[in-house]
Design a protein around this ligand. Structure first.
Ligand code: TYD
Length: 137
């Protein structure tokens, strides 16, 4: 799996003078069944999140409010996405190292995940991630 397998998904938008609405259905707007939702909020200025990879987990990352940068890295290629729209989600496939930086004040980062939380699925060590990611090519 590579950075080129990650992509921005343009989510449905129901525009309405009373306020816009976006919805996300598992296996339809995201290519997996949603087993877990979590969100980052109250992120202090200058803080960085992420800095890990996942063996099997698939995710969709959405800036629900405010903005942040999402850096994805497959051990060969890297891309940075500036996330600032609640109708775009970045699909992150397995075997991607990710870092979240530059959170604006009031930013909320929502993540839809294909699996429940499992610490064994994480790579917390970049060298170990690189070894496996490069070994799989
Ligand atoms: P972590 O995934 O490292 O956060 P981030 O990628 O946003 O920097 O998780 C931080 C802590 O929260 C860690 O101790 C595990 C715990 N956690 C859960 O218990 N359940 C979850 O669904 C998530 C995402 C994290």
């Amino acid at each position: 799996m590579a950075v080129s397998d990650c992509r921005l998904i343009d989510l449905p938008r129901i525009q309405d003078p009373r306020g816009n609405l976006t919805f996300i259905e598992g296996s339809s707007h995201v290519p997996f069944d949603i087993k877990r939702v979590y969100y980052l909020y109250d992120v202090p200025g200058g803080a960085e999140r992420g800095a890990h990879g996942h063996r099997n987990l698939q995710q969709l990352v959405v800036a629900m409010s405010g903005s942040f940068d999402l850096i994805i890295d497959d051990g060969r290629d890297k891309r940075t996405f500036h996330m600032n729209r609640s109708y775009f989600g970045l699909y992150v496939c397995p075997m991607i190292w990710r870092e979240l930086t530059n959170f604006s004040s009031g930013a909320v980062c929502m993540v839809l995940a294909s699996e429940r939380y499992d610490e064994k699925d994480y790579y917390r060590d970049y060298a170990e991630f690189l070894r496996d990611a490069q070994g799989a090519r």
